[in-house]
Design a protein around this ligand. Structure first.
Ligand SMILES: [Zn+2]
Length: 273
């Protein structure tokens, strides 16, 4: 799940669960919590959901107790609404039941975080406090982006994936974001010229917005259990090794970039600049 999926999910959750009271909570593995389950349950049950916001790869569910539930799906999770308790997904790890008997289940692919933070301690949450702004934020202007880059020396891909710089881009969308801007993932930040930075800024917004419009990635489900429409046909070069580049027909290469894989067109995204 990257920014488009979290944005879609948070919008749908906002519509469906804000104003409802949490009447029951089940957590199969309390390792995802930041406190013992009994304490979590005691603090959460009886509170009313005030708002749901997505930031980067995190969901912020604000409660009327002024506590915030922070959820991060890790490698991925299905967060799915149910209307009645007898129509639940086969497998799930976390379940919230609300006062009108609707609710939602969470099935986690690998691991997740479900942390409860009091209002005055939110700034102390290590992962959340340092999150950069998201590319959909009004503050994410070209000038802001230039400023962020001006102090950095490393390669552009690692910079964009670092959630402290910009929140919400992962290893799926980054591929086409860099390709559209004709920038090789290993380019050093100081080597980027103004035109390239502008192209990259545009590309980030374009790729993410395009996916949001299509309902997110095709292998992720939204709050209603529906899969997104952004599938392999929409990827330009991502996960298409040896296929022709859509611009110049050169075969796309899969390369190693640190701990992640990258897909590049060796003709459109050159390193020696
Ligand atoms: Zn090409």
């Amino acid at each position: 799940m990257e920014l488009p999926e979290l944005t879609i999910l948070s919008r749908q959750m906002k519509k469906e669960i804000v104003g409802k009271r949490i009447s029951k909570v089940e957590v199969a593995n309390s390792k995802c919590l930041n406190m013992p389950f009994e304490q979590f349950q005691k603090t959460v049950v009886g509170t009313t959901i005030k708002s749901v916001e997505g930031k980067g790869k995190w969901l912020f569910i604000k409660l009327d107790s002024d506590d915030t539930l922070l959820f991060n799906p890790g490698m991925g999770a299905d967060v799915i609404q149910f209307k009645t308790d007898d129509k639940l997904p086969e497998k799930y790890h976390i379940k919230f039941i609300l006062n009108d008997k609707t609710g939602f289940t969470i099935r986690v692919w690998w691991f997740c975080y479900l942390h409860l933070m009091p209002k005055d301690k939110l700034g102390e949450h290590k992962r959340v406090a340092k999150l950069g702004i998201t590319p959909l934020d009004k503050k994410f202007t070209l000038d802001y982006f230039k400023q962020l880059l001006s102090k950095k020396r490393g390669n552009i891909k690692s910079f964009l994936l670092d959630q402290k710089n910009i929140a919400g881009i992962g290893n799926v969308y980054i591929q086409d974001i860099l390709f559209n801007a004709k920038i090789h993932p290993k380019r050093k930040i100081p080597s980027l010229n103004d035109m390239e930075i502008e192209a990259l800024h545009k590309s980030i917004k374009m790729v993410l917005n395009e996916s949001i419009e299509l309902g997110g990635l095709a292998y992720e489900k939204d709050f209603y259990g529906k899969k997104g429409g952004y599938d392999k046909n929409h990827f330009r070069i991502a996960y298409k090794p040896d296929k022709p580049c859509p611009t110049c027909q050169t075969p796309i290469q899969k390369i190693k970039t640190g701990s992640t894989s990258s897909f590049v067109c060796p003709n459109c995204q050159t390193l020696d600049k």
